[in-house]
Each structure stands twice: as structure tokens, then as C-alpha cells.
Write a protein that binds this ligand. Sequence first.
Ligand SMILES: [Zn+2]
Length: 302
Amino acid sequence: MIGLALAMLPADNFAAAVDLFNDLQQSFGLSACEVSTEPSSPTALAPGKDGALAVASELRKAVSSLGVHLPYEGLNPVSRHPRIAAASREVLLETIDAAASIRAGYVVFHVRGTTSFVQEEAGLTAWSPVVRELAEHARKQGLRFLVENADDLRRVPDLLALAEVADTDICLDIGHLYERLYETDEWGVLRRVTARVQDIASPWPFILTAKLPAAEAGGLTGALSTLDKKTGCIHLHNHDGRLAHQPLSNVHIPWRGFLAKNSERLRTLPIILEADYRAHGHTSLERDLKELTELLAQEKSA
Ligand SMILES: [Zn+2]
């Protein structure tokens, strides 16, 4: 199932992004869509504003899979300041309610805050009860709760550990599997610079395996196999060694081989294109959609 993230579309507001999605759906036979609720995104769904929920409900009827990306900017549900933690939690619970009201199938959550990485025991201890509560709230309303490998949770074993302990499923982000964990204390400046230059400029980008989540997980297929049935959606975008959310045509990440190899397994999963087409433009968006739909159609008929 191929879909788009509305947050990444070149449009001025939520309704315009839905219109653009509808046009592209006609041309490319899209069956999945993911809606952002981040206030900083011009194309986000703002529940309670301008009949947005009605527009989203119409969108729901047009697709097989509708997801809602929960907000994270400025929020910190594990803040040591109890009022900030409580307000963040409230915003997240309200957004889950909005997702349920438009009968979305899943919500996506990022682990981002001021406590340690989840790979450190303190991080897992801080995040587990929060994520468990949010996931339970979502589940009660028929929503699948997906924790994404992003921000403070980028290693596959850590993602799986949190998903196991908080009883959630997973959004597997292909681009973020190539976000090296430069924040580690184990590396000095020289090591960081060498790895960065290698990722950006080498003809074999990402060949260094240290602190690279994709390599640690045994590549893209390894990550998918490890997470197996817990995976509820895929986010797909490229990484140029500096930045994620690059168009697919920038060929740093071996996404083509991954999709071809796992096409059967991926058939029922929403694959959400998440490159930044606001920055890279409409032509790049259509080029990526064309290539992706053709590749998966080829695999289907093979
Ligand atoms: Zn993502």
C-alpha cells in the first residue's frame, strides 16, 4: 500500500494538501495517507479549526489506511517538571481522541525529550509508563499505537525493547535507520568527522557500521525481520549523509533492493513516502511516486 505524508506535501494548508493528495491518488492509485498534527506544519490537521475534522473524515473514506502522526515539537511527557509533563500528556491524549474521531487506523509516536537515550536504562524506565498509558488509550479506541525509530530512539534493539515493555507496535522509518548515533560519548571529534565525511562524500556511503542503526540491525531486511509482526507502517525517505527526508531519487539508501526483496511481506503495510517535497518540489514528488508505484507493480506481476 503506497501512501503519502500530508506534512511533506507542497501545499499551503490542510485542505489544500488533501486536494493535492486526491489528485495524486487518481494518477498513482494511492491507498494510504498519513496526517500530521504538528502545529508548526502548515499542512497539519488542527482539530477544531476550519472544519478540519470533516475534511479528514472525507479523506478517511478515500483510503484503505489512514494514520495520524502525533505531535512532538515542544512537548515532553517525561519532563521532570510535573506541569510540563502533564500538559504534554494531555495534548497527546487529545490528539489520540481526534485520530479516533476520524476513524484513523493508527497513530505514530516519537520518543523525544530531555531524559537519556532509551538505550540507557534510565531512558527506558522514564518512557515506558508514559508510552504504555498512551498506547492503552489508543487501543481502547480501536487505534494501533506505533512507536517510530526516531530522535532519542533510533536503535532497533531499543525500539523493540520499548515496544515490548509498553505493549505497542512499530513504525519502521527507513531514513532514520541511517541516522548515525553521533551523540555518543564514546566518540571523539575526529571519529565523528571521519564518519560524517564518509557518509556524505564516499562512493560507498554508510559503509562504516559503527553507531549506524541500519548496520547494527543487519540492514533494512534485518530490521524488518526483527520487528516482524509488530511493524504497522513504513516511512520511506532517503538520507544524503547530512540530512534525512531526501527524495528517493537521491540514491544513498538501498531502498529499491529492500522493497523488491520484501514486496510480498510489504503488500499489506502502508508505505508512506516521507521525503520533504515542500523543499524538493512537485516534480520530485511525482518522480518518486512513479518509480515507487512501478517498482511495486513489477514485483507484484513477477
Ligand atoms: Zn518518519
